[in-house]
Design a protein around this ligand. Structure first.
Ligand code: ADP
Ligand code: ADP
Length: 230
């Protein structure tokens, strides 16, 4: 697992919107940090800068001490797992192939890709024999989110970024997903940054919670127990 350091990071969109003014945060290796705050406060923008889907207008982002802005974005993304609300699985590819997307890009041979997909399905609580050859539309929303997590972990990324990963799932399935995700994190111990607007989810899953206000202003950054006792 790698640490992530954001130093004086800002993002102004081309239309002049200052999504993030001046944001600094130190995400420790192996911890799950939650970004929480009102809609539009810049949470997704921060995540998307870490995997370079968008470029910061100022500041520095370090991954294990190395400046990510000096790396090739496409290459960088292969080391960053990314899970979004409606996963975005390839509809015409089977679940196994979807999970193997990044390993295939990395040139793994077919047998290794398949074995890894099965291993990951198991890890996220889906029976490989039953699910590897299905298509995304043959799964429930919650199952698709599990596959999204499996795909993001497939090539053993340095960090995992999750943008409201469970919020499109119904409340009962969500509770179960959160519970399973806690077990998964205990097993793999990734550095994770997760965006949510659900305070219960933040408290349940976060090792540390960053509370943001408009413009990405950091209000607090502490473990859940400390936040709750204030
Ligand atoms: P959050 O994830 O906290 O809801 P976002 O990072 O999505 O917030 O958005 C932060 C601010 O930037 C909002 O005011 C939003 O409208 C604006 N924004 C997001 N994406 C763009 C874009 N591509 N162009 C212009 N403004 C944007
Ligand atoms: P290609 O562009 O060759 O299809 P990519 O490596 O760009 O393949 O990504 C394959 C799929 O995986 C895309 O749909 C993308 O959304 C998703 N993906 C995997 N990892 C990331 C990441 N770190 N950031 C954004 N998308 C990712």
């Amino acid at each position: 697992a790698a640490s992530i350091t954001l130093q004086d990071v800002g993002k102004t969109y081309p239309d002049g919107t200052v999504a993030v003014g001046d944001f600094s945060l130190e995400v420790r290796a192996g911890e799950l940090t939650v970004l929480i705050g009102p809609s539009g406060c810049g949470k997704s923008t921060i995540l998307r800068m870490i995997n370079r889907l968008i470029e910061p207008t100022k500041g520095t982002i370090l991954l294990d001490g190395q400046d990510i802005l000096k790396r090739n974005p496409v290459e960088l993304r292969r080391h960053i797992g990314y899970v979004i609300q409606n996963v975005g699985l390839f509809p015409h590819q089977k679940i196994g192939a979807n999970i193997g997307t990044v390993p295939k890009l990395l040139g793994w041979d077919r047998a290794r890709v398949r074995a890894r997909a099965d291993e990951l399905l198991d890890l996220v609580g889906l029976d490989p024999a039953r699910y590897r050859d299905r298509y995304p539309h043959e799964l429930s929303g919650g199952q698709r989110q599990r596959v999204g997590v499996a795909r993001a972990l497939a090539a053993d990324p340095l960090v995992l970024l999750m943008d409201e990963p469970f919020s499109a799932v119904d409340p009962i399935a969500r509770g179960r997903l959160q519970e399973e995700f806690l077990k998964l994190q205990a097993a793999v111990r990734k550095t994770i940054v997760m965006v949510t607007h659900d305070i219960d989810e933040a408290v349940r899953l976060g090792d540390r919670i960053a509370v943001l206000a408009e413009g990405g202003r950091l209000q607090q950054y502490a473990p859940p127990a400390e936040l709750l006792s204030r």
